[in-house]
Design a binder for this molecule. Structure first.
Ligand SMILES: *Cc1c(COP(=O)(O)O)cnc(C)c1O
Length: 382
C-alpha cells in the first residue's frame, strides 16, 4: 500500500455485487427456492419447463433447452450439428475459452479470427480468408455485452453454406440493427453463470433454436440420449438445468430489460466522467447497437500501473482476457504468433474492465473517476 496514493479509507468498489440484487428480490426469491425444495423438483421438472418456456417466449424463439452451463450449450450444439473430426470451426481471438475449447471437445479444430480495434468482436473483413473446404460453422461472440455484426457473419455463413452459432453468454437481449442477438443463426447459446447479466445461483446455461430437429437432438443428448426415460436413442451426456437454478432465473427474467438499461445508463454516466481524461479510451458503442454492458472495458497503455493504483484505492478491476485465445499454451500446437492477430494482441495489453452493475451508485462512479483522474495526473501519457 502506498498511502500517498490513497484518496479515502472508506470507499470500496467491488467488481460485481450480486448481494444487492438478491436483496432487492429476497422475498420472491426465497419463496421460489423453498418451493423447489418443498416440491423436490431438483432435476428437470416443472420449474425447468417453466423457465424454458419463458425464456423462449421472451426471445420469440421456438425452442429453449436448459443445460448445465454455457460451455456445454456450445459443445452440444456443435456435436448435434454433426461437427467433428476433420472439420474446422471459426471463432474469435478475444473471448473466454468456452468459445474454442468446445470446438475441440466436439473433435473439430478451432480457427481464430482477429478482432475489431474498437468493439473487440470478430472482424468480419478477416473471416473469409479463414474459410476452407473443412469449415463447417462460425461462432461469433457478443463480447462484453455489445453485439458482434452477426447479420454480416450470417451473410458470410449463407454464402459459404456454414452454420452460424451465436455465443450470447455476455449479451442477453442486446440488439444490433433492430435484431435481438441470438435469433439469426441455426442456434444460439447462453450462460447463466452467476455474474452474467442474467445469472443463476450456480452454473446454468441454455440453447435457443427454431430448428425442431436440432432442438430434439440437443434435448436428447443433454440428457443421456433419452427423451423418454430408459429409451436411449443415442449415447449422450449429463448436462441438465437444475430446478433451483430455473426457479431463480424465472424470478430474475422479468427484470432483465430494466437491469440491462440500468447498466447502460451507469456506463454512459461513467463515460461522461472519464471521456476527457488523456491516456484513457472509454468504451465505444457501435452505431445501431444496444450495448448491455456486461463489462465496461477501457483501454490504456498504462494498464498494469492503473490496475495497481485502483487496487490501492479499493477499486476492484479485472482483465477480460489477458491472453488472446490462440496464444494460450493449450493452442501452442497451432503455432500462432502475435502478428497473426495484431489487433487482439495490441488490445490485450491495454484492456481493463472497471466495475459495472445495475446497483452501482453515482458515488462509486464519481470515486472511480476521481481516482483515475488522479492516476493520470501523476502519470500523464507521453
Ligand atoms: C461465460 C461464458 C461462456 C460459458 O459459460 P459457462 O456457463 O461459464 O460455461 C461462454 N462464452 C462466453 C463468451 C462467456 O462469457
Amino acid at each position: 500500500m502506498n498511502e500517498s496514493n490513497t484518496l479515502t479509507d472508506t470507499m470500496h468498489v467491488p467488481f460485481v455485487d450480486l448481494k444487492a440484487q438478491y436483496h432487492s428480490l429476497k422475498t420472491e426469491m426465497d419463496k421460489a427456492i423453498f418451493g423447489v425444495i418443498e416440491e423436490t423438483e431438483f432435476i428437470k421438472g416443472k420449474y425447468v419447463s417453466a423457465f424454458e418456456k419463458e425464456f423462449a417466449a421472451a426471445y420469440n424463439m421456438k425452442h429453449c433447452i436448459g443445460v448445465a452451463n454455457g460451455t456445454d450449450a456450445i459443445y452440444i450444439v456443435l456435436k448435434m450439428l454433426g461437427i467433428g473430426a476433420g472439420d474446422e470451426v471459426i471463432t474469435v481471438a478475444n473471448s473466454w475459452i468456452s468459445s474454442s475449447e468446445t470446438i475441440t471437445q466436439a473433435g473439430a479444430t478451432p480457427v481464430f479470427v482477429d478482432t475489431e480495434p474498437d468493439y473487440f468482436s470478430i472482424d468480419i473483413n478477416k473471416i473469409e480468408e479463414k474459410i476452407s473446404a473443412k469449415t463447417k460453422a462460425i461462432i461469433p461472440v457478443h463480447i462484453y455485452g455489445q453485439p458482434a455484426e452477426m447479420d454480416k457473419v450470417n451473410e458470410i455463413c449463407k454464402k459459404h453454406n456454414l452454420f452460424m452459432i451465436e455465443d450470447c453468454s455476455q449479451a442477453h437481449f442486446a440488439k444490433h440493427n433492430g435484431i435481438t442477438i441470438g435469433t439469426l443463426g441455426i442456434a444460439s447459446t447462453f450462460s447463466f453463470y452467476p455474474g452474467k447479466n442474467l445469472g443463476a445461483y450456480g452454473d446454468a446455461g441454455a440453447v435457443l433454436t427454431n430448428d425442431d430437429a436440432l432442438a430434439e437432438k440437443v434435448r436428447m443428448y443433454a440428457n443421456h440420449g433419452q427423451l423418454t426415460k430408459h429409451q436411449h436413442k443415442m449415447e449422450g451426456i449429463n448436462s441438465r438445468l437444475d430446478g433451483l437454478h430455473a426457479a431463480v432465473l424465472s424470478v430474475k427474467l422479468p427484470h432483465i430489460h430494466k437491469w440491462n438499461k440500468l447498466r447502460l445508463e451507469k456506463a454512459l454516466y461513467l463515460t461522461e466522467k472519464l471521456k476527457l481524461i488523456k491516456g484513457l479510451e472509454t468504451p465505444k458503442i457501435r452505431n445501431g447497437s444496444t450495448h448491455i454492458f456486461h463489462l465496461y472495458v477501457v483501454k490504456t497503455e498504462k494498464r498494469d500501473e492503473l490496475q495497481k493504483f485502483l487496487k490501492e484505492n479499493n477499486i476492484e478491476t479485472a482483465i477480460h482476457y489477458p491472453t488472446p485465445l490462440p496464444l494460450l499454451e493449450c493452442y501452442k500446437y497451432l503455432n500462432h504468433t502475435e502478428s497473426d492477430f495484431p489487433v487482439t494482441a495490441k488490445n490485450q495489453k491495454q484492456i481493463l474492465s472497471l466495475p459495472i452493475y445495475p446497483e452501482i451508485t453515482n458515488e462509486h462512479m464519481d470515486y472511480m473517476a476521481s481516482v483515475i483522474e488522479k492516476f493520470f495526473s501523476i502519470y500523464p501519457p507521453l
